[in-house]
Design a binder for this molecule. Structure first.
Ligand code: ZN
Length: 309
């Protein structure tokens, strides 16, 4: 599989004055599926090692706590400053990525979706990918557009997944969880699929608690409770998502909610109301998934990231 960013190009994102925050989801030992993970949301450890080696050599790693300190005090970033972040809370962040981060002494922030942690839950798109990979059905008809898609071969399955991603992205009225429920049940799977595949397994509170106590290279922040697009929620639902995730992190692992990241993280996925509600609950820094680097005068709630995987 071809990486989204070639290892030889990773350092081109580094900047002499500005901070670069890299966004990852997962790091796995080896890609074994033919359909699942075709987007390389989880990259292989070997590639992650190459990225980290190059960045450690040419750049200057800092933690998200240090990022906040620089922004607070308007303290210039060292040349080539970069931070590593992971969204969602995959177990492979600890079992595969952490030893590589240790090797190069690079700190990282893991943003947890607390319902995924509580119940080893899968995101809507992971459930659809799982069902599409495993289904024996030869086609599916989508209710939203009444189109029928063949699912006989790997290529047809990947094409269908591309259609699904596109469709959900451009239809703000589409509730991804309900959509996934429909697709999974059409393909013969329950909507609450849970799996221990390295692409699916989430961190446990025990792991999180221990790592947080160790106070080493890894830190934790919030990423909502069930991973909805926060700006689409009613104010009651928004309060629930934030309160539930923040109180679980506090009670289960004594983590303060200084750091958070927006699910999906695109410009339409957060709003002034979302930012106000986060601030009210003690959050002080919340990067987006919008591409770019960050000068010292950036708003800590509108930081850019470079999505690697
Ligand atoms: Zn996410």
């Amino acid at each position: 599989m071809t990486p989204n960013i070639a290892p030889s190009n990773i350092c081109e994102f580094l900047h002499k004055d500005n901070l670069v925050i890299f966004l990852f989801h997962g790091v796995i030992k080896k890609q074994i599926h033919s359909v699942r993970n075709y987007t390389m949301k989880h990259i292989e450890g070997e590639l992650f090692d190459e990225y980290m080696g190059k960045l450690a050599h040419q750049g200057s790693p800092i933690s998200m706590n240090m990022v906040l300190d620089h922004l607070d005090k308007k303290k210039p970033f060292s040349p080539g400053s970069f931070a590593i972040t992971f969204d969602d809370g995959f177990e492979n962040n600890i079992s595969v990525a952490a030893p590589i981060l240790e090797k190069y002494n690079i700190p990282a922030m893991i943003y947890l979706t607390t319902d995924f942690i509580q119940n080893n839950r899968m995101s809507w798109i992971d459930r659809i990918e799982y069902a599409v990979q495993k289904t024996k059905k030869s086609k599916i008809t989508l209710q939203v557009n009444d189109n029928t898609y063949p699912l006989n071969h790997v290529d047809e399955k990947i094409n269908f997944l591309r259609v699904v991603r596109e469709l959900v992205k451009k239809t703000p009225t589409c509730n991804p969880n309900l959509f996934a429920h429909q697709v999974c049940s059409d393909l013969g799977f329950p909507s609450n699929i849970s799996s221990d595949d390295p692409l699916d397994l989430k961190l446990s509170w025990d792991q999180i608690q221990k790592i947080h106590k160790d106070n080493g290279l890894l830190s934790f922040g919030g990423h909502s409770h069930t991973h909805p697009i926060l700006s689409f929620l009613s104010s009651d639902d928004l309060s629930y998502e934030l309160d539930r995730s923040i109180s679980l992190m506090k009670h289960m692992a004594d983590i303060d909610s200084t750091h958070y990241s927006y699910p999906e993280g695109l410009a339409h996925c957060y709003s002034d109301e979302v930012i106000r509600e986060l601030k009210q609950r003690g959050v002080r820094c919340c990067p987006t998934a919008i591409q770019g680097n960050n000068s010292l005068d950036m708003d800590p709630f509108k930081l850019f990231r470079i999505m690697v995987a």
